[in-house]
Design a binder for this molecule. Sequence first.
Ligand code: CP
Ligand code: NVA
Length: 298
Amino acid sequence: MRHFLTLKDLSPAELTQLINRASELKKMHKAGKSYQPLKNKVLAMIFEKSSTRTRVSFESAMVQFGGGAIFLSPDDTQLGRGEPIEDSARVISSMVDAVMIRTFEHSKIEIFAKYSAVPVINALTDDYHPCQLLADMQTYQEHRGDIRGKTVVWIGDGNNMCHSYINAAQQFGFNLNIATPEGYEPKTEVINAVDAQIRLFNDPIQAAEHADLVVTDVWASMGQEEEQRKREAAFASFQVDKKVMQQAATDALFMHCLPAHRGEEVTADVIDGHQSVVWDEAENRLHAQKALLEFLCA
Ligand code: CP
Ligand code: NVA
C-alpha cells in the first residue's frame, strides 16, 4: 500500500509516468470515452479547510471512474468533536478504498496514514500541497515539454505551495529561484532535505531573470486570515506584474494554484494575459488526480 503525503512518496520515474498518464486520461475524457477502473470504490474526503478545485476534482474523478466520494467536514462529523485521529483513521479506512485529507498540521495526516488501512492522499496541509504540483507539472509539460533543466521562479510566501515546489525541483529536475520578503522564507529543513539547485532571493526582479515558469500564490494562506493586513505590507513589492514577467524568458508561463487576488499577488494583466495557463492548471487537477487515484487504488 502507498500513500501520497508529499511528492517524495513517489519516485521521479513514477511521477513522470503519472504525469504522462494524466495527459492520456485527459484525452480519453475529452474524446468521451468511458473508463471506470474504480467501480464500486469509495474515496473519503476530509476537509478541515475550504476548497473549490480540490473537492470538485476529486469528487468528479471518482464519479467518472465509476466509484463515489464522501465529503466529510469537521462540523458534521466526530472529527470536529475531538475523536482521536488514530481512531478516526482506523474506522474510516475500514469502510472506504482511499482517504483524501485537507488539514492544518502536516503531522495530523502522517498520524492518519500510520493508522489507515488504505492509501491516504494529502489534499493540502500547512506544509505541502503535492496534488497541485501534479497538475502544475502536467500543465507545464503540455505547453512546453519536459521541465527538466528549466528554471522556475517562485515569488511570494515560503508556504505550503513553495515547499511542494522545492520537493518538485528534486523530483522533476528543475532549478528553483525563490523570492520572498525577509522572514517569509520557506523552512530551511525542507530546502536541506532535497538534492536540487535552490536559490533564495529577496528581490523578485532578480529572481525572475530568464525563468521559464513564474509561479505565485496568495500572501495569506488559509489559517492566516488575521495576518492579512500585515502581510499585504510585507509583500507589497512582491506582486507579479508586467515588469517581473519581462525579466523572465520571452516564452515563460505564469501559474497560480488559485484562488487568486488580482491587484495583490498578481496583476490582472498577467493572470488574464497570454502567458497565463491558470485555467489549464486548474482543469488538470482532475486529470492528474485521476492518474493518482488509478496509481494508488486500481
Ligand atoms: N488550488 C486549490 O487547491 O484550490 P482549492 O482550495 O479551491 O481546492
Ligand atoms: N497557500 C494556499 C493555497 C490554497 C490552495 C493556502 O494554503 O491557503
